[in-house]
Design a protein around this ligand. Sequence first.
Ligand SMILES: [Zn+2]
Length: 70
Amino acid sequence: MPTKKIDPINLTQCEDWEGNNIAFKCPHCDKVFIISEIVHKGERECPNCGKSSGKVKGGRKSGGNASLEW
Ligand SMILES: [Zn+2]
């Protein structure tokens, strides 16, 4: 399963990251979804197809980590 660490200073057109929340466009079904460290406890699967997921821990500007799997 491909994985990718999100680069906090070089977001792609399919990613966003503000504070400890990330957004990602699922490569399987094109659903855009957010993953929040607080609301989703830092991990969430694509709510449409379940084939991708994202993780976030910490803030974009404070040394946090975020990664995607699909
Ligand atoms: Zn999906």
